[in-house]
Design a protein around this ligand. Sequence first.
Ligand SMILES: NC(=O)c1ccc[n+]([C@@H]2O[C@H](COP(=O)([O-])OP(=O)(O)OC[C@H]3O[C@@H](n4cnc5c(N)ncnc54)[C@H](OP(=O)(O)O)[C@@H]3O)[C@@H](O)[C@H]2O)c1
Length: 324
Amino acid sequence: MNYQTLNSGHKLPMVGLGLWKIEKDSCAQTIVSAVESGYRHFDSACDYGNEQEAGKGLHEVMTQGIRREDLWITSKLWNTYHRAEHVRPALLKTLQDLQLDYLDLYHMHFPIALKFVEFELRYPPEWVYEPEANQPRMELDAVPLIETWQAMEALVEEGLVRAIGVCNFGAALLRDLLASAKIRPSVLQIELHPYLCQKNLLRFCTKEAIAVTGFSPLGAQSYFQLNMAEAGDAVIEQPSIREIAKAHTRTPAQIVLRWGIQRGVSIVPKTSNPERLQENIALFDFQLSDSEMEAINSLDCHRRFNDPADFGPAAFNTFVPIYD
Ligand SMILES: NC(=O)c1ccc[n+]([C@@H]2O[C@H](COP(=O)([O-])OP(=O)(O)OC[C@H]3O[C@@H](n4cnc5c(N)ncnc54)[C@H](OP(=O)(O)O)[C@@H]3O)[C@@H](O)[C@H]2O)c1
C-alpha cells in the first residue's frame, strides 16, 4: 500500500474501501474480508446508515490483532449538524457507533446546512426534514461554513479527530475557508473519474497542500442502482479503457482506479463483492504510460453523477445547487 502524507503529518493510505450502500447485514463481514485483502482505510459517514455495523467489523478485526493505529478511519459530519453546538455530539455518536475513541479524518460531508433533527427522533436524519409530510422536502439552515469548521477544529484540539477535511467544495469555497481557518483542511474529497477529471481543482489543492480523495472513482457504476446513470454512461466500457486493460492484462476497473492513484489522489472504491475487494486494491504492481494516462484524461466530459442540483429536485423536492 502506498501512502500520502497530509499537511497534518499523518499518512493516508492511497486506497480505501468506500462504505456507502454496503448493506447493514454484510457490512461487518465486508470490513473483515477487506482487512484480509489488505485494506486499512475505510471511508464511512453518518449518512451511510451502517456505522454501527461497520463498528462491529472494526471491533472484530481489532480483536484479531490489527492495531487501531494501523487503521485509517474517515467519517463525515452530516448536513443537519452544521451548527456549532451539534458538531461534537454528531462526532461522538459516530465514534460510539464505530466503537472508536478517535477518527483519523472527519469531513464536512456537503457545503449544505440543513435544519437540525434531534438524534432521538431520527438517525441518520438523511435529507428531508419531515419524511411523513405530504410533500417531503429539505429544510435549509443558514449556518456559515466557518462556524461548522471552527467546531471541527475544536475536535482536533480535543484529540477526538486527527485531521479534518471537506467534501464537495470547489476552489472558491476552499479559498474562503483557508482565509479564516486556524487548522487548514487536510483533505478534499470530491467526485473524480475519467469523465470528471477536475484538473483545475486538483492543481489548486496541490498548490495549497491539500490532499485529494476521489469518490465514485469508477464513474457511473455507483449510480445505476439509483437511476442516476444509464448503461451508456459506463466509463469502464469505454473502448480506450478496455484496450489499455487488455494491454496490461488487468480489468477495466483496475485501469480506471490505477489512473486515479497515478494522478496523486487517494481513492475509496466501494464493493460488496469479495473478488472485487481484491481486484480494487491490486493496483501497485503496474503502471500506466504517459500516453495511456493522456488517453484516459481525454475522456473528460465534465460529467458529474452526484450533483445535488440534479438529485435534490428529483428525489427530495428541493433545489440546492452547489456547483453552479
Ligand atoms: N463525500 C461524498 O459526498 C461521497 C459521495 C459518494 C461516494 N462517496 C464515498 O466514495 C465511495 C466510492 O464511491 P461510490 O460507491 O459512489 O462509487 P464507486 O466505488 O466508484 O463504485 C461502486 C460501484 O461499482 C461496483 N464495482 C466495484 N468494484 C468494481 C469492479 N472492480 N468492477 C466493476 N464494478 C465494480 C460496485 O458494485 P459491487 O458492490 O456489486 O461490486 C458499486 O456498484 C463511497 O462508497 C463513499 O465512501 C463519498
